[in-house]
Design a protein. Sequence first.
Length: 162
Amino acid sequence: MGHCIHAFFGHPHVLADLAGTDRVALIVPLTPEVAALPVVWPWLREAHPPDGGLCAAGPFLRLTAALEARAVRASHAGPVAYVETDYFGGIGEQRAIAWRNGAVCVAAAAAEGQVDRALAAIGVVRASGLDEWDTLGLIQYRHDETFYEKAGVPFPEDEPDG
């Protein structure tokens, strides 16, 4: 079974600032204090100009320079993490970065445990016997589309150009 997500995590009001008025952006509450904002292709296209380019911070597939700038700005209102996972059959990788007060507080990296470090930096406290990932129930969200499904919102069908 696979797992492949691309999403921002933070307090719902912080993610609302990050999402702005983009019509495709979806904020999915996970706990009263933490929500997810999946970075799906339709939102990615809407959120930055076509020549936006990837961020300089690290090894990310969907974190563009424009989205990174939004995350830095939003982090003045509360910490923000960006997470990507790509696993199948237990093999794969995870990448994450977190910002607080306009600065990186968890450096960008593709490393085991990186997602938990970023989630801890935004205030996720481990439940007994669980890591930060499992505390938020993220195993239920295997793909970006799952955030929309669980929120009862149709997924905006749009794939990147060739």
